[in-house]
Design a protein around this ligand. Structure first.
Ligand code: GTP
Ligand code: SPV
Ligand code: MN
Length: 622
């Protein structure tokens, strides 16, 4: 250690110990003290969640150039941010599940020995917060009043992350108070330590940049310890650690151990014209339509959709044998491009209320935001890269994974049940992906095990939500490929077990959908968005025993007449094409599924092989 850093250490040490510890919780106090000693920040700030603090944080972000305040007449209390172009999406190849035993991580995750990873990362964290503020964000995923609240404490050196966490998760002093109360009552509440740094210390006199980050990135989960270490990125899924890292990767491990499910699913409430209410959960891979379906405005008369969640569902079998779901989040972190008053009016109304952060979209001259697909194309704008942009520009104005971050409470169609810690009983689960061919608009699984097979073999084109090639078909089981915190073979088995140990009649019915099938000219066969209400109607009518279906080798597909296409500008041929099950196309899937299953060796539940054999036989392949 140089004399210089030594001096700074002592100053910082004095700084920290001068203050009374803001928490009586020994574990949290220790996490904060140890992290400060390692990362050596200039100061430590406990995040309260007060409006004054929000103002201070956002003013500071405007001062450093990270934020541009949007025109308050158009988007009150809202901000524009542009990231470093090397930090725009989740980094799956830098994401690790550091289980003690490599076998528990499974063939679909990156693994490193936890001690080795910690040694490596301690090296990166050493002094990484120099010149910065270390923020401590107490948060809870799900309800504070839950029977067993799912607490977390995120330490971060990014004010952008703090502001985003305040939107996306219930955060601040009231959460810390609750942890302390439970602790004092001898309940030892569980909390996940989540450490985040952008990995860009500031030397004395060094000017900051608008989007600090590091070329080296690590997004690491320690499943046995229930701990998260993230380094080098400020982007949503890599940095807002309550979201994918906790509510999916760590929570999926807790769910395995405790007999529940942590899933990459939206939750919606659907009411029919007759007043029949159904709750539907749906798992589609990243940037494949969850937010849009969750907030759908039905085009068919008399039907109503209300939103409960757009990204994550935690589901437990209740005493009544039904599967009850809650959304652990407090905001939406939605894909911007393609969102407009036609495709998703409810999202537009939510962000128009303000209190939102927009990242990597375009900034207009009147201080509003714009992106590809939004109405009122501006004559001039500044692109996400900070360059002048016009409609004639060759480059996109907005990154394809640009996002809005907005409070869920601002959504006009938020269902009242969102605030119920018990959640809602799920009637149907939809799996779906982005496939140009092969997969019909909708079909129904034969039973829970077959539904698990459909989930386990879910395939979709890759999207801009993760760094890497876009448009490549891959298996994305239950839309959880990047989010299963343990061996995916064991995860499939967990799903099978939920079906076995419970009354199948009370569990949700499982369906599979594909809004993205194309015609010969490359156009979408199905109009999508609000028109997807027609598919939801068929799903409800199937559950009520009212809609016809044809039994095909892959499952139950609507008859052309059972799908309500009244008023749709679609020929009967086009509807048939959207629903078609082509035996040859499905035969071509078989070797791919076989290869996918072989990855898991003995860890794949045998019944999934049986399901594959059944499909093969029904497709008349010897
Ligand atoms: P994550 O937040 O990444 O988990 O994604 P998501 O599943 O919530 O995806 P989202 O609803 O934001 O949709 C991603 C993209 O798909 C957007 O550009 C949408 O406009 C587009 N999209 C959504 N639904 C449909 C649909 O029914 N048809 C078509 N063609 N596109 C759709
Ligand atoms: C996803 O990629 O599935 C998202 C966005 O929902 S992020 O939270 O950044 O992972
Ligand atoms: Mn997601």
């Amino acid at each position: 250690m140089t004399a210089d850093t030594h001096t700074r250490d002592s100053v910082e040490g004095a700084n920290l110990s001068d203050r009374p510890s803001p928490t009586t919780h020994p574990g949290i106090a220790e996490f904060v003290a140890e992290t400060a000693a390692l990362t050596k920040p200039e100061r430590v700030q406990w995040v309260t969640g007060s409006p004054e603090e929000w103002t201070e944080l956002t003013d500071a972000l405007v001062a450093t150039g990270t934020f541009t305040r949007l025109n308050p007449a158009l988007k009150p209390n809202s901000f524009y941010a542009a990231s470093d172009p090397i930090d725009v999406a989740r980094v799956e190849d830098r994401t690790y599940i550091c289980s003690v035993d490599e076998k528990d991580c499974g063939p679909t995750n990156n693994w490193m020995d936890p001690q080795e990873m910690k040694t490596l990362m301690r090296g990166l964290y050493d002094g990484c917060m120099r010149g910065r503020t270390m923020y401590v964000v107490p948060f809870v995923m799900g309800h504070l009043e839950a029977e067993k609240p799912m607490f977390g404490v995120e330490i971060t050196d990014s004010a952008y992350v703090v502001v985003s966490m305040l939107v996306m998760a219930r955060s601040g002093t009231h959460v810390l108070k609750r942890i302390e109360e439970l602790e004092a009552a001898g309940e030892s509440p569980q909390w996940v330590p989540a450490l985040h740094s952008v990995g860009m210390p500031l030397e004395p006199g060094q000017a900051d940049v608008a989007w600090p980050c590091n070329e080296t990135k690590y997004i690491v989960q320690f499943p046995e310890e229930r701990a998260i270490w993230s380094f080098g990125s400020g982007y949503g899924g890599n940095a807002l650690l309550g979201k994918k890292c906790y509510a999916l990767r760590i929570a999926s491990v807790m769910a395995r151990d405790e007999g529940w499910l942590a899933e990459h699913m939206l939750i919606l409430k659907l009411t029919s014209p007759q007043g029949v209410v159904k709750f539907i959960a749906a798992a589609f891979p990243s940037a494949c339509g969850k937010t849009n379906l969750a907030m759908l405005r039905p085009t068919i008369p008399g039907w109503k959709v209300e939103t409960l969640g757009d990204d994550i569902a935690w589901m437990r079998v209740g005493e009544d044998g039904r599967l009850w779901a809650v959304n652990p989040e407090y905001g939406f972190f939605g894909v911007a491009p393609g969102t407009n008053q036609k495709t998703n009016p409810n999202a537009m109304d939510t962000i128009d209320k303000g209190n939102s952060v927009f990242t990597n979209v375009a900034l207009t001259e009147d201080g509003d935001i714009w992106w590809e697909g939004l109405e009122n194309t501006p004559a001039k704008a500044t692109s996400w890269k900070g360059e002048p942009w016009t409609p004639d520009s060759e480059e996109l104005s907005s990154h394809p994974n640009s996002r809005y971050c907005t409070p869920i409470k601002q959504c006009d169609i938020l269902a009242a049940e969102y605030d119920d810690p018990r959640g809602v009983p799920i009637d149907a689960i939809l799996f779906g992906g982005r496939r140009r061919t092969t997969v019909p608009l909708v079909f129904e699984a034969r039973d829970w095990t077959h539904g698990t097979f459909l989930g386990a073999t879910l395939s979709s084109e890759t999207t801009a939500a993760a760094v890497g090639q876009v448009g490549v078909v891959r298996r994305d089981p239950m839309a959880m490929l990047p989010f299963i915190g343990y061996n995916a073979g064991h995860y499939f088995n967990h799903w099978i077990t939920v079906g076995k140990e419970n009354d199948a009649a009370k569990l949700p019915k499982i369906f599979y959908v594909n809004w993205f099938r194309r015609d010969e000219d490359g156009g979408f066969l199905w109009p999508g968005f609000g028109e997807n209400s027609r598919v939801l109607k068929w799903v409800v009518e199937r559950m009520e025993g009212q809609a016809d279906a044809v039994e095909t080798p892959i499952g139950y597909v609507p008859t052309v007449d059972s799908l309500d296409v009244e008023g749709l500008d679609m020929t009967r041929d086009a509807v048939e094409a959207a629903l078609a099950v082509d035996a040859e196309e499905w035969q071509a899937e078989l070797p791919q599924i076989q290869e996918w299953f072989e990855k898991f060796g003995d860890d794949l539940p045998a019944v999934l092989w049986t399901e594959l054999d059944g499909l093969r036989a029904r497709l008349d392949v010897p």
